[in-house]
Design a protein around this ligand. Structure first.
Ligand code: EZ4
Ligand code: CO
Length: 402
């Protein structure tokens, strides 16, 4: 089998997605997600101008060799643009191999290690009361784990607060929106939010929270300690993820489980965190972390350190990346939980998929390959629209971490 064509497809069914389609001389094709939120066209160019010409004529079954060729061969290693591009190629090749052999990708990865993939949904509200009500809606849908975020009084546009009942979408069209942030105001509200949620729904539901890289190490330590009575499943990105050594201080102060890694591009971003047992969940994803091939290696390295996976699964990861994550999640020994932010109906129509949700679990389904299609006819109705994540300023106007 030979690769004959490599297409980079851009569509905006409610938000932008970049999809790689690799075609072969035997008629089988594969899909990969190449979406990098707010920097989409950089990956488009990386793939179209620099990667696609190198793939034509290659044997798509040689997944590992092509991964090594793209990683070692670029000389310029790592980084989100490079690793997203490699991740897209890698996903498409696993999809092709599964389809050609007539098996779902998880069978190629060693087979199912569990019946389904535990997921968490996103409950949020402008006020704590609205957030508490939103948790109830997720429990009614069968979710066994829920992330809870609420607006902070006096701050506009708090991270994690969604529009509508089940959707959270931080990216907006046009230039970046500017939000206002105060760690002091935030820290004063989070513990009481979780006290209310536990009071209302009891001890069984797994609760998560994302601080989105906003706190200093000592503020992070304090938040972890203040949340201990509410037994969180995890506290995410409690300090900037690239400051691995900061987690030494945080870890000494709190037993609240910690999750980090959605912005990591390779396992080299997490070596201190893992070797020193500083986190409990690794959030790296198939799309931004170099594909199934690299994430499988990262998960194995995490497993050696008793760290489980909790792959990023926000709306900016397309259904193709979600499917790839689910095949990996189902197969690896140290799966922890999968983030599952629902896509809008418009998005799901462009990407019909075999994965299904039931009783708090997702399953990738039994279709050969990844089990996701791409409807060109629908995608073409939604051209790319410039969009960005917001930026964040402190109350005196200083730039902060979004
Ligand atoms: O800000 O996906 O845990 N989820 C998150 C997301 C990220 C976006 C960035 O593209 O932190 O909301
Ligand atoms: Co996050």
């Amino acid at each position: 089998m030979r690769i004959t064509d490599v297409e980079v497809l851009v569509t905006c069914p409610g938000r932008n997605f970049v999809t790689l389609r690799v075609r072969t001389d035997e008629g089988v094709h594969g899909l990969g997600d190449a979406t990098l939120n707010g920097r989409e066209l950089a990956v488009v160019s990386y793939l179209r101008d620099h990667v696609a010409p190198c793939l034509i004529g290659r044997d798509p079954f040689r997944i590992e060799d092509i991964w090594q060729y793209l990683y070692r061969g670029a000389y310029w290693r790592r980084g989100p643009v490079t690793m997203t591009a490699i991740g897209a190629v890698d996903m498409a090749l696993w999809d092709i191999k599964g389809k050609a052999l007539g098996v779902p990708v998880y069978e190629l990865l060693g087979g199912a290690s569990r019946a389904g993939v535990l997921v968490y949904g996103h409950a949020s509200g402008e006020s704590a009361g609205e957030a508490v009500d939103a948790v109830g809606r997720y429990l009614d849908l069968g979710y066994k784990a829920v992330r809870v975020q609420a607006g902070v009084p006096g701050l506009s546009g708090t991270y994690g607060v969604g529009r509508g009942e089940l959707f959270y979408e931080p990216a907006g069209t046009g230039l970046p929106r500017e939000d206002v942030w105060s760690a002091e105001k935030y820290l004063a509200t989070v513990p009481s939010l979780f006290a209310r949620v536990r009071d209302e729904y009891g001890d069984e539901v797994r609760l998560l929270h994302d601080a989105h890289h906003r706190l200093t190490p000592i503020q992070a330590a304090r938040l972890g300690r203040d949340l201990e009575p509410y037994r969180l499943f995890w506290l995410e990105d409690v300090a900037p993820a690239e400051q691995q050594e900061a987690f030494r201080l945080i870890r000494q102060h709190t037993t609240t489980p910690l999750a980090v890694g959605e912005i990591f591009s390779t396992i080299h971003d997490a070596t201190v965190l893992l070797r020193e047992y500083l986190i409990d969940y690794l959030r790296m994803t198939v799309v931004h972390g170099g594909g199934i091939t690299h994430l499988r290696n990262a998960a194995a390295y995490a497993d050696v350190h008793q760290v489980r996976t909790g792959c990023h699964g926000a709306t900016d990861l397309s259904p193709v990346a979600m499917a790839a994550a689910l095949h990996l999640d189902l197969s690896i020994p140290n799966f922890g939980i999968q983030e599952y932010m629902r896509h809008t109906a418009e998005t799901d129509e462009v990407f019909p998929h075999a994965y299904t949700f039931s009783g708090g679990y997702l399953h990738p389904g039994g279709s050969p390959g990844l089990g996701v299609d791409y409807r060109d006819d629908l995608a073409e109705r939604h051209p790319y629209q410039r969009a960005y994540l917001p930026v964040s300023r402190l109350e005196d106007g200083t730039m902060g971490n979004w």
